[in-house]
Design a protein around this ligand. Structure first.
Ligand SMILES: [Zn+2]
Length: 307
């Protein structure tokens, strides 16, 4: 019997990751390229990636999915705004992709694709409702409800990084203030440490992590503050959706108990007991591959007419 494969692209402001999955969701090929700043260079890089991906695939590719960073409008079929990849803003991607992608394809938001990837082939397998929260430089998320990706009316659902958790918090590039992303992401950890100590010798979250591991009081406090707000966010998700699982991905997962432990404890205090008890909060499984695996799986779903 002939085996078919599906391709996925995860398009971010720094890198474009791409790969091919087999019917079981295993990556049989993956690669990446630095994101060009110019839209024409971007399209040329994508076409080149598509050609090499088809050449490297062990069999025919029947569909292709794209997860793009930013607000992708399901109605207008273009990126309305991409804070991390401005070249994509307003560009009609569909006709541009159609020029060289010679299989049915589908475009969605990158964080939504990552959630779908975890749901189909990662830590969310067999779960009916889940939320993926990716905590790193920013906070991205996607929601699966009753076995379906919840994209919202326009495609903009799942922006948990921009729910207000601290009304008096710092301004956020989204126009809000005290968003979960400004209060609990990796840059915040560094900011917390600097404001507590006046030290500017910590470069990134890893430095704060190492200091905390060695027992540094200010570093521990920096984690505690981020965990507090992350816990408020988790509590909101639990009370609003009563999900079966919340998966946490991104760089901060490696901080383990320093962040997730107290965050989960805060969520427990702030959510309904029965809802909290029914929700498993676990680490995501696919890491940086979640977006491209999810995009490929999501495109495949449409191809079969089940989505
Ligand atoms: Zn925001």
């Amino acid at each position: 019997m002939k085996t078919y494969y599906d391709a996925g692209f995860d398009i971010g402001g720094t890198q474009v990751k791409y790969g091919v999955i087999d019917p079981e969701g295993r990556l049989v090929f993956k690669s990446k390229v630095r994101s060009p700043e110019d839209i024409d260079d971007f399209l040329a890089a994508l076409e080149e990636a598509w050609i090499s991906l088809k050449a490297k695939s062990p069999g025919a590719i029947r569909s292709c999915g794209f997860g793009v960073a930013g607000f992708y409008s399901l109605k207008q079929k273009k990126v309305i705004q991409s804070p991390n990849y401005p070249a994509l803003d307003g560009y009609p991607l569909v006709p541009a992709f159609r020029r060289f992608i010679d299989v049915p394809f589908r475009i969605g938001n990158d964080a939504n694709m990552a959630a779908f990837g975890e749901y189909k082939h990662g830590a969310g397998r067999g779960v009916r409702s889940l939320v993926l929260l990716t905590v790193g430089t920013g906070i991205g998320s996607g929601i699966i409800l009753d076995g379906k990706l919840w994209e919202g009316e326009g495609g903009y659902a799942g922006e948990l990084g921009h729910i207000t958790v601290n009304p008096e918090g710092d301004p956020c590039p989204c126009g809000g203030r005290g968003c979960l992303e400004t209060e609990a992401s990796a840059p915040r950890l560094v900011k917390n440490y600097r404001s507590l100590t006046g030290e500017t010798n910590v470069a990134d979250a890893r430095d704060v992590y190492l200091l905390a591991k060695s027992g540094d009081a200010a570093a521990l406090k920096s984690f505690k503050r981020c965990a507090y707000y992350l816990g408020i966010g988790l509590g909101i998700v639990i009370n609003l959706l009563n999900p079966e699982k919340i998966l946490i991905g991104g760089g901060v997962v490696s901080a383990g108990k320093l962040l997730l432990g107290p965050a989960i404890e805060e969520a427990r205090r702030r959510s309904h007991r029965v809802s909290f008890a029914g929700c498993r909060i676990e680490k995501a499984a696919l890491g940086n591959d979640a977006g491209l695996v999810g995009a490929a799986a999501w495109a495949r779903l449409k191809k079969r007419g089940r989505g």
